[in-house]
Structures are given as C-alpha cells and as structure tokens.
Design a protein around this ligand. Structure first.
Ligand SMILES: *Cc1c(COP(=O)(O)O)cnc(C)c1O
Length: 414
C-alpha cells in the first residue's frame, strides 16, 4: 500500500459533533430528558429518577396523555386481552403478514369518528403526516402546498419530501392565504395544510373559512387534528366535528398517542384517497405495522371517548380553573381558547431555570419549550391540566410559580 492511500486527516468528526452540542448549551436550549415512571391509576402522580436518593414523587403538568386514557381500565383490559390472545407484535408490514383484524376494526372506527369512508393507520402521527403529505403531492404533478407558518415539524418534513412548491401563509391569516392562492394558475393542483388546535399557542384554526377558500380556488385540504381528537366534538372527532366541518375536509389526520393515550397515527378520507396513500406511501408500506396490543388499546380508547363526555368536560373545567388562577396571580398566561395553558417566559435560560426549580423544590414537572418547537424569544412553560388535576394541585402550582417569579424577578402579566 502506497503512502498516498492513507486518507488525509482533514475532518475532525468528534470536534464537529462536540461543537454542535456546544451551540445548544450556549443558547440555553440543550435538551435534558427527565427520567420518570407514571403511577398507573394515579395520574398525574409519577416518580422521578433525577435525584440520587431513589425515585421522588412528582406531579406531571406537561403530559399529552390529556385525558389520562393511557391508564384507563378499559384500555388496559383491552391491551391485556390482545396480548394474551395474539402475542406482542404484528409480525410484519400491512402487506406481508401484519394486517391484523384489530387494525381493520380500528380503521373502521376512525373513519366513522371523522365521518369519512375510510382511514389508514401509521406507526405515529409524525409518520402519518410525513408519509401522507409527501405522497399526495407527488401523485399530483405540479402541486403547490399552502402551509400555515406554525405547522408541526412532521408536516413540514412531508411537504419538503414531496419535492413540490410550497407557499407559507401567516398563521391563521385568511387574507394572506387567499392572496397566495389567487396568485397561482387556477389549473394547478393545490393543497392547504393546517392544524385545528395549535399545540404551543393553544389557538384554533377557522376551518370553515379555510374550506371556503379551498372551494373558491379548487384546493384540497389537509387538517392535523392531533391536539383535538378525543377532546373536542360530541364524540371526540376534534374541532372539525365540533364545528361540523369534517365532511368539507379532504384529509383529517390524528394521533392515537395523545388524548387517546396509546400510540400510533392515522388519516381519514375518501376511499380513493386512502387507497392512494396505502398503495404509494413508503412510510406506510415499508414498516412493521403497529403492535395489535397497541391497536386494541387505541380501539378501546376511541370507543370509550366516542360515548363518554366526562373526560372532555373535566379537562375543559380544569383548563379554565388553571387559566383563572394564573391570571389572578398576575402570571403571564397566554390567551387561549383551548385546553392548553402556556406561560410566556421569552427566554430559554429562564424557562429552564423555572422548570428546574419546580422539579427540584416543588416536585412539579413541566418541561420548558424552546426553539425550534416555538420561535426564539417566545420560550414558554406549557401546562396541560386534565380531568385528574384537582383544584388543590392547581393552587399549589400557582403559589409555587408566584414564589419563583418573585425570586427570579420575572416579568408579570401587563
Ligand atoms: C405530536 C404531534 C404530531 C405527531 O404525533 P405523534 O403521534 O406524537 O407522532 C403531529 N402533529 C402535531 C401538531 C403534533 O403536535
């Protein structure tokens, strides 16, 4: 071997990786995962393994298991039954051995939930967005996607992977959306992609008005209802059910991992649209289907929340109470019309500091939310009270925050 074959030592890989991590530390947004175990049947109580003296009891305030369905007896029982009946995994992709009867039942249930002909399961909500958006736009030559500026990272990934043109409209801004739609050739395929409940600001899209624009400019619509399914509408069909708009949407997308408390994602649409995604989306085709145990749990959860409104009512009541307590205490609670209760901090280092004090001194777990989840300068704490958070817990939380706000001399509400 000649000396020329020895590669030049030009790239110091370790240094590049270390620098990437250092940048996050410098900005105060290096992510620390909190090590917890939830106590079944006692949500929002959990154990935290951050300390050195064994697990410490904490109260969880930032879970997306919004209605505690992840611990619901009907869900647990369905999962146990499935596990003992058919075993742990599905054993294959949907096409090759992994198309279980549970999957078919759940898709039927979800299609009905959203008033659509058909539905399709994915391994997560992220995958459902990425796979569907990237595939549908590739099927439509020349398609332009109109995307709300606050759309979730999974939608942005799908749009990017579709390789099509994208126009970003200002958040929930109908005039801007119309201006962008009107500027394009009427004969070009168009798709408007947006969310119903925006999970970090807690505001809601004007679904009917967006569908009006879609009708006017002959565009398809894609609605991410991840933070609304299970929680809004008479049967938990989301904001599109509450506003009686489901039939106007081309595709409704949801997760089984948040209010439904289990895991997985899905879309619901006309039979033909579902058939296209089923047949063309790599993120659906080339992956092992969800465990039937998970699917059985999700099925029990969806069915329960179709019939029961107690969880939804409890959640709305808890959110209203917490917002009032925060506002009355002068804390900078953001104005939201939903179950999401964000406190604006506006600085990543301070948000982390508050979160650390809450966990260490008060046994309160709320994760700081930083860029790129939210824009820089709008770092916040995001509380998700649910039916199991009682008023005494909320009063304790408010008192703790008031103490910390004073200690750190943080900005109060105007
Ligand atoms: C969490 C989230 C997703 C992804 O859902 P998962 O099931 O957690 O993968 C998609 N869209 C939005 C808006 C989300 O917040």
């Amino acid at each position: 071997m000649s000396i020329d074959a020895v590669p030049a030592r030009s790239v110091d890989y370790n240094r590049v990786f270390a620098q990437a991590i250092d940048r996050l530390h410098e900005e105060g947004r290096y992510r620390v995962f909190i090590d917890i175990l939830r106590n079944k049947g006692q949500f929002p109580n959990a154990r935290c393994f951050a300390g050195h003296n064994g697990p410490k009891p904490i109260t969880v305030w930032c879970s997306n298991d919004y209605l505690a369905m992840g611990q619901h007896p009907a869900v647990i029982a369905a999962m146990e039954e499935a596990l003992h009946d058919v075993g742990a995994g599905s054993g294959g992709t949907r096409n090759i051995g992994g198309n279980t009867h549970y999957h078919i039942d759940l898709e039927t249930e979800l299609a009905d939930l959203h008033d659509k002909e058909a539905a399709l399961l994915f391994t997560s909500g992220y995958v459902s967005n990425e796979a569907t958006l990237s595939t549908i736009a590739r099927i439509l030559p020349g398609c332009i996607i109109f995307s709300d500026e606050l759309n979730h990272a999974s939608m942005i990934a799908g749009i990017r992977h579709s390789g099509c043109e994208k126009r970003v409209f200002r958040h929930n801004d109908l005039a801007h959306l119309e201006e962008l739609l009107a500027a394009e050739d009427p004969s070009v395929p168009k798709l408007i992609a947006f969310e119903s409940v925006y999970s970090m600001d807690g505001d809601v899209a004007p679904i009917h008005a967006i569908c009006d624009l879609a009708d006017k400019y002959n565009a398809l619509t894609y609605l991410d209802e991840v933070h609304a399914v299970g929680m809004y509408g008479l049967r938990g069909g989301g904001i599109s059910e509450r506003d009686d708009a489901a039939s106007r949407l081309t595709i409704v997308e949801g997760t089984l991992g948040k209010a439904f408390g289990v895991m997985g994602g899905y879309i619901a649409a006309d039979r033909t649209v579902i058939d296209v995604i089923r047949s063309y989306a790599p993120g659906f085709i080339f992956t092992t289907s969800l465990s039937p145990v998970l699917v059985a749990g999700a099925l029990a959860s969806v069915r329960h929340l179709k019939a029961s409104t107690a969880e939804r009512e409890g959640q709305q009541a808890a959110a209203a109470t917490l917002k009032t307590l925060f506002a009355d205490a002068g804390l900078p609670v953001m104005d939201t019309t939903t179950h999401i209760v964000p406190l604006m901090v506006g600085d990543p280092v301070k948000a982390k500091r508050i979160s650390d004090i809450l966990l260490r001194e008060y046994g309160v777990y709320v994760q700081p939310i930083n860029y790129p989840t939210v824009p820089r300068g709008t770092e916040r704490l995001r509380f998700t009270p649910g039916p199991a958070h009682d008023t005494a817990m909320m009063q304790e939380l408010t008192a703790a925050l008031v103490e910390i706000w004073g200690r750190l001399e943080l900005r109060k509400a105007a």
